[in-house]
Design a protein around this ligand. Structure first.
Ligand code: HEM
Length: 496
């Protein structure tokens, strides 16, 4: 009877697989006929094999260029069983994200986050919850310094601490990543937790290690594949499981911070973002109401969003400082600011070359080359294509940054991409590291202030001497599951 059961089970399983494949092909054919054209998908694998052969990870842009040559700037790729409409090049991105801002303001699913956030927080929520939390966070962070003078002071103080650490290395080689992470993360800490951490604080170091680890795993092939076949990968062993363990540890850390705030706060006298949120929870009539946007779980996720969104992206950008033509930036800093006082935000307009270099770094590395996925909030037409509500959209931000119709020298690191003939700074609509439209990065202003203040502070005081020759430092995309992670490298920092 054991054999009979095995036989029946095998038969049933085979039928199930057949039914699934049949269903997938019917559904796929239906959806294919309505979505913009693209390469023909192969059953449950979609276009993965084609993308794989083209090398999605190493040369994403080459694939996109080949695909858009064949299919136009708006095409569909099947990431496994799910279709996504890709927007390639500046004009397509503008027509969608800017000219139809509301329609393209939904967030597409990313299973690697979904399992943790369950649609909570700012980054992965939609509809009224997203709008409420986003507006609340923007307003509150403004009150605690973002977009006002006091954030500038915070960043400048933190920059001074960072310079102290650099000074202490005395020219011995170091990997600058950890210290940059510390500095950037402390700016968020002071707004969200109301305090900064010492760079040796073990609790702080653990926190940063968790962010770092998750950013790297999510940006690896494992993260990429998890987003495509989450239920399958849940069953397979692999480094991706570490992501969820790290998430839980982060949750515990944030919950403890909230607990400490609960114990010391006074209603109506908030000192930081967490206090404000707790005040808001008290004001809500039925905080247990699952429909309420202000609950402890929402606070945990929102706090996590601000940290995760604000640390790795910014410090990765800063890491490219060796590629930044430091000698010319230093000459401009010496001439305009001198060495006696630290650079401040007001100096930015008087430092066109430096400003161009900072833009060029962000353009060239495209930290989030695929942006974050969007989803359509309603049916729409984009150029000649009909796109139904809910369609997942991949805004290929890196394609705007490499668009030959928008930049003089799109494929090289060249600050004149942001300079006119007279050497004045020249802005460019195709510059979109923070993505345009209603979902634009909530921390864009903060990030730009940090990048300017930290980088100028470092270059004013230090010569950066790569331990390897600079041409050996390869900043081309390592992997594109989420972010563009540059490889680790060592620097000597010598006081000027
Ligand atoms: C160089 C630094 C940064 C880059 C390149 C960057 C880039 C981005 C991008 C491309 C998005 C997706 C926008 C979209 O949906 O299309 C995003 C979203 C977001 N970022 Fe940033 N970001 C940076 C720094 C920050 C900082 C410092 C914070 C923290 C205050 C932050 C918080 C967020 C949040 C909360 C979202 C979600 C917005 C929403 O869904 O409504 N980011 N960021």
């Amino acid at each position: 009877s054991g054999m009979l059961i095995t036989g029946v089970t095998t038969l049933l399983l085979s039928l199930l697989v057949l039914a699934l494949a049949w269903w997938a092909s019917i559904r796929g054919a239906q959806m294919r006929s309505s979505l913009p054209p693209g390469p023909t998908p192969l059953g449950l694998l979609g276009n993965l094999l084609q993308l794989e052969f083209g090398g999605l990870d190493r040369a994403l842009m080459k694939v996109a260029q080949t695909l858009s040559r064949n299919w136009g700037p708006i095409f569909t790729v099947w990431l496994g069983p799910r279709p996504a409409v890709v927007l390639c090049g500046y004009a397509a991105l503008r027509d969608a994200l800017v000219l139809q801002a509301d329609t393209f303001s939904g967030r597409g699913a990313m299973p690697v986050f979904q399992r943790f956030t369950r649609g909570n927080g700012i980054v992965f929520s939609n509809g009224p919850r997203w709008r409420t939390l986003r507006n609340f966070a923007l307003g509150t962070l403004k009150e605690f310094g973002m977009g006002t003078r006091s954030i500038e002071e915070h960043i400048m103080e933190e920059a001074a601490c960072l310079l102290g650490e650099f000074q202490a290395t005395n020219g011995t080689p170091l990997d600058p990543q950890r210290l940059l992470d510390n500095a950037v993360s402390n700016v968020i800490c002071s707004a969200v937790f109301g305090k900064r951490y010492g760079y040796e604080d073990p609790e702080f170091l653990r926190l940063l290690e968790l962010f770092n680890d998750n950013f790297r795993i999510m940006s690896s092939r494992w993260g990429e594949v998890y987003n495509i076949f989450p239920s399958l990968l849940d069953w397979l062993p692999g480094p991706h499981h570490q992501i969820f363990q790290n998430f839980e540890e982060l949750r515990t850390f944030i919950s403890e911070q909230i607990q400490q705030h609960q114990e010391t706060r006074k209603f109506g006298e908030p000192h930081d973002f967490i206090d404000c949120f707790l005040d808001q929870m008290d004001k809500v009539l039925a905080p247990q109401d699952p429909e309420s946007h202000f609950q402890e779980e929402t606070l945990v996720m929102t706090t996590h969003n601000l940290f995760f969104g604000g640390t790795e992206t910014t410090s990765t950008t800063l890491l490219c400082l060796t590629d930044s033509c430091p000698a010319q930036v230093q000459a401009e800093l010496d001439a305009v600011v001198g060495r006696a006082r630290a650079p401040c935000l007001e100096d930015r307009v008087r430092l066109p070359y430096t400003n161009a270099v900072l833009h060029e770094i962000q353009r060239f590395i495209s930290v989030l080359p695929l942006g974050l996925p969007r989803a359509l909030t309603r049916d729409t037409h984009l150029r000649s294509h009909f796109l139904p509500k809910g369609t997942m959209v991949i805004p290929l931000l890196v394609s705007a940054h490499r668009d030959p119709t928008q930049f003089k020298d799109p494929d090289c690191f060249n600050p004149t991409n942001f300079l006119d003939e007279r050497g004045e700074f020249q802005s460019n609509e195709a510059f979109m590291p923070f993505a345009p439209g209603k979902r634009m990065c909530l921390g864009a202003g903060l990030a730009r202030s940090e990048i300017f203040l930290f980088l100028t502070a470092i270059l004013q005081k230090f010569h950066l001497l790569p331990v390897e020759s600079p041409s050996n430092i390869d900043l081309t995309p390592q992997c594109t599951g989420l972010g563009n992670v540059p490889p680790a490298f060592q620097l000597r920092l010598m006081a000027r």
